[in-house]
Design a protein around this ligand. Structure first.
Ligand SMILES: C[C@](O)(CO)[C@H](O)COP(=O)(O)OP(=O)(O)OC[C@H]1O[C@@H](n2ccc(N)nc2=O)[C@H](O)[C@@H]1O
Ligand SMILES: Nc1ncnc2c1ncn2[C@@H]1O[C@H](COP(=O)(O)OP(=O)(O)OP(=O)(O)O)[C@@H](O)[C@H]1O
Length: 304
């Protein structure tokens, strides 16, 4: 008999709007963060074992730590502590979400590990408690669990679900090498200098376009306050954005802290055409077509 195991699929995200407020005393920034989950997934499998270990495979996996710095390992430990039980589990992560790509890959693995361990261990943690553990692990982790579309307030961890009136088509240009999220926030502060920074607020036109499922209306409202910082640290991203625009995207922006770039298009054929154009442009490592909203962390296989 194989050991009991549970597999969970977890989506990447794009920040359709990322409004960044001033730096807080705790080093974080208050946000109006409009998250959309997209159909690019990591797979996290939790298998019964003595002790805690992790294996990671897929593109960029050599950059992912396999010790206690791994967010999925930290998630399993926190859940075990929460229930006063040993963190006995083998975690296997298959990455498709780019590492340090601004698409919440590590956060996805943390949310996936929480759900997989909770099912494997039979701990049946109430949703609110799981979300609190997610928030302790990182600002993006609650959204990775929930998926769909949501407005994140505070540092992005306080979520309100958002209505979405249809499926949006997105193409991602994936970059070689990552960008450090804290470094991008620091660069944002540096570029802003001493100028006063407005309190971050969601854009009503953007929320309306999401609710209507209207890509043409959504396109001009896409906004990312971290984009100037990501471009400052990685100037070549301007060429990637220009290549997507020239190849017919409705709009494009840097995804979160970058360096992945996200392009909105109006149909699946348009997405396929843009993938082909970007892949041959020399301005990205790879291009991927996705749709959103995608479901949050979902158990796809359970032999617990
Ligand atoms: C850029 C985004 O991906 C947009 O969704 C997130 O804001 C980043 O979320 P994350 O990767 O889960 O970030 P965390 O692990 O919580 O924080 C990493 C670091 O990013 C910076 N950080 C993060 C979130 C936030 N609201 N303000 C910040 O300044 C801080 O320097 C923090 O120490
Ligand atoms: N399971 C994991 N998967 C990926 N990276 C991890 C993981 N655990 C820890 N890390 C570390 O976290 C860093 C950031 O990786 P991640 O893929 O989460 O970035 P990101 O997608 O840019 O994050 P975000 O969009 O939430 O800011 C990596 O450089 C890696 O060292």
């Amino acid at each position: 008999m194989p050991a009991p195991s549970v597999s969970v699929r977890v989506p990447a995200k794009v920040n359709v709007q990322l409004a960044v407020g001033p730096s807080r005393p705790d080093g974080f920034h208050d946000l109006a963060n409009v998250f959309l989950a997209v159909s690019l997934y990591d797979l996290v499998t939790a298998t019964e074992a003595a002790g805690l270990s992790v294996g990671v495979e897929g593109p960029g996996s050599e950059q992912v730590p396999t010790d206690d710095r791994n967010l999925a390992v930290r998630a399993a430990r926190l859940l075990a502590e929460h229930h006063g039980r040993p963190a006995d589990v083998r975690l296997d992560i298959v990455k498709d979400i780019p590492v340090a790509g601004g698409m919440a890959g590590g956060s996805a693995d943390a949310a996936g590990a929480l759900l997989a361990c909770d099912t494997l261990w039979g701990t049946a943690t109430p949703r609110e408690e799981l979300l609190a553990i997610c928030a302790e692990l990182g600002s993006d982790v609650p959204f990775s669990l929930v998926g769909g579309a949501a407005l994140g307030r505070g540092r992005g961890e306080r979520l309100t679900e958002l209505p979405v009136g249809g499926e949006f088509h997105w193409v991602f240009a994936l970059a070689d090498g990552g960008l450090s999220t804290p470094a991008v926030y620091r660069e944002c502060d540096r570029l802003r200098g001493a100028a006063p920074v407005a309190a971050p607020e969601p854009d009503p036109a953007l929320l309306g376009a999401l609710a209507a499922g209207d890509a043409a209306a959504l396109a001009p409202t896409l906004a990312n306050d971290l984009q100037p910082a990501a471009l400052s640290l990685r100037p070549a991203l301007a060429e990637t954005l220009a290549a997507g625009a020239a190849a017919g995207a409705l709009a494009g922006l840097v995804s979160g802290s970058g360096p992945s770039c996200a392009f909105l298009v109006d149909s699946a054929p348009a997405a396929a055409a843009l993938v082909a154009a970007l892949a041959g442009s020399g301005h990205c490592r790879a291009a991927r077509a996705t749709t959103g909203p995608a479901a949050g962390a979902t158990t796809i296989d359970s032999h617990a």
